[in-house]
Design a protein around this ligand. Structure first.
Ligand code: ATP
Length: 382
């Protein structure tokens, strides 16, 4: 196993496509790091630079202590799993998994004849490893089948087995679950987490799916337009997003945003969002910025039905009168699309809520969960 580090890495395609912009990121030995961001943010390019499939325009890439910019891909001791896992169609599952090992460890027909007993020992060791990995991934019953005789999920596991069997220092995975249907994706996600726990191999996992990033990553690195926005544990990213982009990217339904002005009157500070006002704690750093325009962020779960407030204290100051447009029942909760004045407020409500479509309702906002961003820089103020 090994750590991986990007040091001031840039990648420019053509004259001006800056796919990766001054990326510095340390991935710890044995860590599961997720690179996440919308399409085109540079995550695949960053991964391909570690693999050696793409050359950095400048900056250093380290695997362990070693700078690998000039090391050919085959000598980097990494294994990649892609969205389009290309299995050899004419080979059995067994041969697909064993193929790479044979290529590396057995040095050709004539060598095998002249080193008979050594070759025999290596063949046995390859056989042991293939069977062990196949068992780990529950494909040991399928070793004699060919890829076309497998389901999509089984094929994906063969591709994983082929990567795992090499016991590389680093795994690189690029959207490896996106070809699977929703149920299988959740199942394989859990399998990958379990595998990582048991093998402890440093893994860099690329996805555009924030749910995958939140559930799988020990830490997640969020990218936008080639620029790293935040690196943290998923809970920290969710609770303390570094800026408005990250705040809107993680969480479903997404955070509500409102333009608001900080207004001080006497010893009180108010967030004035035109259609509604909320008090701001006097200790909040934004409380001293009288007159400043900010963006107020409210997560849907920070909005509660006043009749079922849970742990949220309901006061006149944090209560809003709303119109209810649409309510979606998800079974364990409701997603309600509310209107405050002219602005939309999305709320996730308790399954026992009696709030219904096309009615008036009252909701309360959990003031301990307000997010405030600078209107100009979009950075969080906290
Ligand atoms: P996706 O999720 O869609 O795969 P991504 O975040 O992985 O996106 P990259 O594939 O890394 O993004 O691409 C980052 C940017 O670099 C994009 O603007 C893309 O168009 C550009 N790009 C990527 N590869 C090349 C290339 N070979 N030549 C020119 N531009 C490229």
């Amino acid at each position: 196993m090994a750590s991986v580090a990007f040091k001031d890495v840039n990648k420019v395609f053509g004259k001006d496509v800056k796919a990766v912009n001054d990326l510095s990121l340390d991935i710890r030995d044995g860590e599961f790091m997720v690179l996440v961001g919308p399409s085109g943010c540079g995550k695949t390019t960053a991964l391909r630079i570690v693999a050696g499939l793409e050359e950095a325009s400048d900056g250093d890439v380290l695997i362990g202590e070693k700078r690998v910019n000039d090391v050919p891909p085959k000598d980097r001791d990494i294994a990649m799993v892609f969205q389009n896992y290309a299995l050899y169609p004419h080979m059995t599952v067994y041969d697909n998994i064993a193929f790479g090992l044979r290529l590396r460890e057995l040095k050709g027909f004539f060598w095998e004849i002249s080193h008979f007993s050594e070759a025999k020992r290596i063949r046995q060791s390859i056989d042991d490893r293939v069977r062990e990995v196949a068992k780990m991934l529950a494909i040991d019953q399928l070793l004699q089948r060919r890829p076309r005789e497998l389901s999509g999920g089984q094929r994906q596991r063969v591709a994983l087995a082929r990567a795992i069997v090499r016991k590389p220092k680093v795994f690189l995975m690029d959207e490896p679950l996106s070809n699977l249907d929703a149920k299988l994706r959740i199942q394989t996600r859990a399998e990958l987490i379990r595998l990582h726990r048991s093998l402890g191999i440093t893994t860099i996992y690329v996805t555009h799916d924030q749910v995958e990033a939140m559930t799988m990553g020990q830490r997640m690195a969020i990218m936008r337009d080639g620029i790293l926005q935040q690196v943290d544990e998923p809970e920290t990213v969710y609770e303390k997003p570094a800026n408005r982009f990250v705040a809107g990217f993680v969480g479903s339904p997404p955070m509500n945003f409102f333009d608001a002005r900080i207004v001080r009157s006497g010893d009180k500070t108010i967030l004035d969002a035109t259609d509604f006002k909320l008090p701001l704690d006097a200790n909040h750093p934004a409380a001293s910025m009288d007159g400043k325009m900010v963006v107020l962020g409210i997560r849907p779960e920070a909005v509660v039905d006043v009749t079922l407030p849970g742990s949220v204290a309901v006061t006149p100051e944090n209560t809003l009168d709303v119109s209810v447009d649409v309510v979606e029942a998800l079974g364990h909760q409701y997603v309600a699309y509310l209107t405050v004045g002219t602005q939309v407020l999305i709320a996730t409500l308790d399954a026992n809520s009696k709030i219904r479509e096309q009615q008036k309702a009252r909701v309360a906002i959990d003031l301990s969960q307000l997010h405030i961003f600078d209107a100009d820089t979009e950075q969080a103020i906290r």
